[in-house]
Design a protein around this ligand. Structure first.
Ligand code: BTN
Length: 239
């Protein structure tokens, strides 16, 4: 069982950056939480809109082995999906590699980063749209909040606690290297598998059916020409 300390802030530039600062001072096994972020970041250096009402947190862990960190992203996404299901009864699903969706729209993104050196650290940043009344116009066709869907407010602290509890349970499998179990759990919540998708990666665009996730958390596509393609990074669009 992970014993985590909680650091709460009203405003931060980014909870991931604050967690990095703490890691550089040798601290770990903690959670940084902010009510809003001025420079919330997403994958590929994208902006993450961080208005009050959302859940913005980073779990900082000291990890000997940093080869399998994609699992931490999977664990975080499933933890949020389970929490949303439990507290709102909505059908939350996980989208490869790092999103949680409801009704095909994004409610949560995960940004896992690392610090490597004498000691290695993993920073699992979680941003979830909970009580926001409105979603930025530029992303409102693909993102949504729990409040917009259900017209209810949620207790952010309860969401946070539940997410951490679920994370802790799944993290045990990670520590025990029970990766197969984690993949199977992820698959139960998967939005991606079985769908025809377009994968935009650094090496090109691939269109095919998402047929599996391998034991390194890579997405396996069956391309339209019948070949199998392993997707290691990138963005997935349902086609
Ligand atoms: C993505 O979908 O690209 C990932 C978004 C991750 C956003 C969270 S909010 C808390 C933490 N701090 C950040 O600056 N980013 C992550």
């Amino acid at each position: 069982m992970l014993m985590l300390r909680f650091y709460n802030f009203k405003t931060l530039s980014s909870t991931n950056d604050k967690a990095k600062e703490l890691a550089k001072k040798g601290q770990s096994n903690l959670v940084v939480i902010a009510e809003k972020q001025k420079k919330g970041r997403g994958r590929f250096g994208r902006n993450w809109s961080s208005e009050p009402g959302g859940l913005y947190m980073t779990i900082l862990l000291k990890e000997k082995n940093i080869d399998n960190l994609m699992y931490l992203t999977f664990i975080a996404a499933v933890s949020v999906a389970k929490t949303i299901k439990k507290l709102s009864k909505l059908d939350a699903k996980v989208k490869w590699p790092n999103d949680v969706l409801i009704n095909d729209k994004k409610v949560c993104g995960i940004l896992t980063e690392t610090i490597c050196g004498n000691e290695n650290y993993a920073l699992v940043g979680i941003g979830a749209n909970i009580n926001q009344q409105k979603i930025n116009k530029s992303i409102s066709n693909k993102a949504i909040s729990l409040k917009i869907i259900t017209n209810k407010d949620y207790n952010i602290k309860t969401m946070l606690k539940s997410t951490i509890r679920e994370f802790n349970n799944l993290y045990l499998h990670y520590k025990n290297k029970n990766y197969k179990k984690l993949i199977n759990i992820w698959k139960k919540y998967s939005h991606t598998l079985g769908r025809n998708v377009k994968a935009k990666t650094l090496s090109g665009v691939y269109i095919g059916k998402a047929i599996d996730v391998d034991n390194n958390c890579n997405l396996i596509l069956r391309l339209n020409n019948g070949k199998v393609k392993k997707i290691v990074e990138g963005d997935i669009f349902v086609v």
